[in-house]
Design a protein around this ligand. Structure first.
Ligand code: ASP
Length: 321
């Protein structure tokens, strides 16, 4: 027994200084949606800046599907060695209730690195979609509910959540076309294959400015500096229609604290990187504060968001298996 304990102690002593060198090789950061979408954009900007601080490359891997739950499930099962991370959004909280059989427990399968940003959403449509404004969209959708379709990134995605809120606000059920991420959905929207969707400003701001898509309303209390001509949903007739899509970085449960501390510090620095701040601003979002880019703030946020969305989802009664 004594020999076993001595051996274990020896291994721990050897392991600690080795971890002081972390990271010694490239890190993989999983995005649970397709390349070219809003979560992917946020991840690539942050990962590039964190790489500089950590002295190792962060390779972004897109594992899209099932509203982000496939990618999150992959990271939940990965080695907890600091070399596999996840950048997910609000879907980490909503999928906890939306999915009856989730392969992981959102609250217990991960260690927390920190929050990243809170991105507004905007209701957008194909460029030649008939309705001129939000009021017109609501009337049109109600009158044509069997022919109108809207895109989302699967159950649990932000686009699904916003679509659900829209359908419940206007008391009309529509057909959803699910994608592995809203990057490819946006391509189809621009091409006219789907009618409308709700997506983060990080994916839609440039296309709105270039008039490649139509914008009806933001999900914010006030108009956005990046899109000053787009009214809020409240202005357009849907008071209280507000939602922000927060993003955060996670690691598999059991990741050494030394690694988590280094990752949090690198995240905090990345969120102050002028290049990140400027690109975020041009896409209609701002980084969180240093205090929010911490494990404790993320844990508190995830808990409160699971509790906040549970009754909303339960009253909508839409689940996935
Ligand atoms: N954020 C998008 C959504 O939740 C998905 C994506 O990033 O592609 O709908």
């Amino acid at each position: 027994m004594k020999r076993i304990m001595t051996a274990a102690l020896g291994a721990a002593i050897i392991a600690t200084p080795a971890f002081a060198e972390y990271p010694e090789r490239a890190i993989t950061m999983v995005v649970p949606f397709s390349a070219g979408g809003p979560t992917d954009t946020v991840t690539r900007l942050v990962a590039e800046s964190m790489s500089k601080d950590l002295g190792q490359q962060i390779v972004v891997e897109n594992v899209g599907g099932a509203g982000g739950t496939l990618g999150a499930g992959k990271v939940a099962k990965a080695d907890a060695d600091g070399y596999t991370l996840l950048l997910h959004h609000i879907g980490m909280a909503t999928s906890a209730t939306l999915y009856r059989k989730l392969a992981y427990d959102p609250l217990n399968a991960f260690d927390y690195v920190g929050l990243v940003t809170d991105v507004p959403m905007v209701i957008v449509a194909r460029p030649n979609f008939e309705p001129a404004d939000l009021k017109g969209l609501i009337e049109y959708v109600k009158a044509n509910k069997d022919k109108v379709n809207y895109a989302n990134a699967g159950i649990g995605a932000a686009s699904h959540l916003c679509g659900m809120m829209f359908m419940s606000a206007i008391e009309t059920k529509l057909t959803a076309v699910p994608y592995k991420g809203t990057g490819p959905a946006l391509t189809d929207l621009m091409g006219g294959q789907v009618d409308f969707m709700c997506d983060q400003t990080t994916n839609t701001t440039n296309q709105i400015k270039e008039k490649k898509i139509k914008a009806y309303a933001t999900t914010t209390a006030k108009r956005l500096d990046a899109l000053p001509d787009v009214p809020t949903a409240g202005e357009g007739g849907l008071p209280g229609f507000q939602v922000g899509i927060w993003h955060a970085v996670y690691a598999p449960k059991g990741t050494p604290k030394a690694a988590i501390d280094k990752l949090s510090a690198a995240l905090q620095k990345a969120l102050k990187d002028p290049n990140v701040v400027e690109r975020f601003a041009s896409l209609g979002t701002v980084p969180v504060t240093q205090e929010e880019a911490t494990p404790a703030a993320l844990e508190a946020k995830l808990k409160s968001e699971i509790a906040r969305w549970k009754p909303v989802i339960e009253s909508a009664g839409e689940y996935a298996d």
